[in-house]
Ligand binder design. Structure first.
Ligand SMILES: Nc1ncnc2c1ncn2[C@@H]1O[C@H](COP(=O)(O)OP(=O)(O)OP(=O)(O)O)[C@@H](O)[C@H]1O
Ligand SMILES: [Mg+2]
Length: 442
């Protein structure tokens, strides 16, 4: 990536920012941060939103508002020894007294201290470049607040000295990724599943319908299922050796002799990644509910880190079925994924509905469960009025589907006419955080 001369518009009051340098696109979610250069097909970096923190440094685990200051939270001489472990290669090394925290909550930035650690890591260890060279385009949740956006603008201009910044809703970017500026976007990520209508590149906020059932819910259900089936989750870091055993036989493995006394949160994080691997490898959604052919479907054998392995039959369909066929015991809103779409469509202008029905864009990691788009297509066709023309658009490439918002940002960031929309550093120097008003219609 060349760092060619930056040509900023010389009149500071003139909006926009022009440069020969590619923009950086940031798409952050509760599970991971995706970062890369505009015009690329895929992000260069996909870092977990979870950070390991040595216990000395961060005594308080509550939300940290930007501006509250790290000094307010870290007290005493030992605090200066705070250490952060970002990304899997360091985060997954067992260490004593290291807790794991997420910097996100429900898709919004919650702990700015940890958020900065991830940004520092992306710039200095992954992208290997100075942050003052590249304009930055951030995706944001449709539920993002004005104060969080202001805080991010301040952080990026004052700490990272970026030349220009812009924000776009992640669902709009996901629609762009499929070549559409109008669509219903169904985003099933880690913490929630939402459906919302996009019209000519703008979110129609009153059409947003959300449930708290996404990938994290499925991970919890898998953990419960494995516990009820007496399948013990032993994370890789504990295992010194294992032997091959037959299906459902007691595992034969040995534990590492020397292990540091790890924290409960870190151990849980490692168990969670084992369960997530099970979730991603084994689960499948029935393409048609109550499909009688279920017994003829392939039954995969899955091996856990300690060598225990089992063939999973009908069980693999039961857990994700909860997304499409929820029951009261789940708590929260018990609407199915198909109903979310229908309900979002119902909140749209009547004239728009036929077009939107024909443009249902599916994105988010949880939508990668096998059979998800096919089942969604079936359920929506049953719930929609008769003779409605439906089209579910879900890229077959798993990375394209999961990173659709990032990819849409990559497209938007590379469009020349878009450069008029950037907020430049000069504008920020004159107007400060109030510049957020310029973005109020997004
Ligand atoms: N191949 C897969 N099969 C099933 N689930 C998957 C697969 N890959 C990822 N997931 C799940 O998708 C979720 C992460 O999705 P995604 O990356 O869209 O979330 P996010 O954008 O970081 O979070 P959020 O949208 O909640 O803020 C996790 O729960 C993960 O277990
Ligand atoms: Mg997301």
């Amino acid at each position: 990536m060349s760092a060619a001369a930056v040509t900023v518009t010389d009149d500071a009051t003139r909006p926009g920012y022009k440069t020969d340098v590619e923009a950086l696109v940031f798409d952050f979610g509760s599970e991971s941060f995706r970062v890369g250069y505009a015009r690329d097909e895929l992000p260069r970096v996909n870092v977990p939103s979870w950070v390991g923190v040595s216990r000395d440094g961060v005594p308080d685990t509550g939300p940290l508002e930007r501006g509250a200051g790290r000094a307010n939270r870290i007290t005493g001489a030992a605090s200066s020894a705070a250490k952060y472990y970002v990304d899997v290669t360091t985060l997954c090394v067992p260490r004593p007294d290291t807790e794991v925290y997420s910097c996100m909550k429900d898709g919004l930035i919650e702990n700015w201290d940890l958020f900065e650690q991830i940004l520092d890591y992306c710039y200095s260890k992954c992208l290997l470049m100075n942050s003052d060279l590249h304009p930055v385009l951030f995706s944001e949740s449709p539920l993002n607040t004005r104060s969080k956006r202001e805080a991010l603008i301040e952080l990026m201009f004052e700490k990272y000295n970026v030349p220009a910044i812009y924000f776009c809703k992640n669902v709009v970017l996901a629609a762009y990724s499929s070549g559409r500026s109008s669509a219903i976007v169904l985003d099933s990520g880690a913490t929630h599943t939402t459906a919302v209508a996009i019209h000519n590149g703008y979110v129609l906020p009153n059409t947003l319908v959300s449930t708290p059932f996404g990938g994290d819910f499925i991970t919890k259900q898998c953990s419960q299922f494995l516990a009820n089936s007496n399948i013990q989750i032993i994370p890789y870091y504990m295992i010194r050796s294992k032997q091959r055993v037959q299906d459902k036989e007691q595992p034969i493995w040995t534990c590492k002799n020397v292990l540091p006394k790890v924290s409960y949160s870190w151990h849980n994080y490692m168990c969670r990644s084992v369960v997530q691997d099970f979730q991603q490898s084994v689960l499948k959604v029935l393409e048609i509910p109550n499909d009688e052919r279920i017994t003829n479907f392939p039954q995969p054998n899955y091996e856990f880190p300690n060598g225990y392995n089992q063939t999973f039959g009908n069980e693999r369909f039961k857990i994700p079925e909860l997304l499409f066929n929820p029951h009261q015991k789940m708590g929260g809103a018990t609407v199915s994924i198909g109903q979310i779409i229908i309900s979002s469509l119902g909140k749209c202008d009547k004239d728009l509905r036929p077009y939107l029905c024909n443009n249902i864009v599916v994105t988010g990691g949880n939508s990668l469960i096998q059979g998800f788009p096919e089942r969604l297509n079936y359920d929506v066709s049953v719930l929609a009025p008769a003779n409605t023309k439906l089209k579910v658009i879900a890229p077959s490439s798993s990375t394209k589907r999961r990173f659709a918002a990032w990819h849409g940002g990559s497209i938007l960031g590379s469009v020349d006419v878009f450069h008029d929309k950037w907020i430049s550093r000069q504008e920020y120097n004159i107007q400060g955080r109030s510049l957020v008003d310029k973005l109020r219609y997004l």
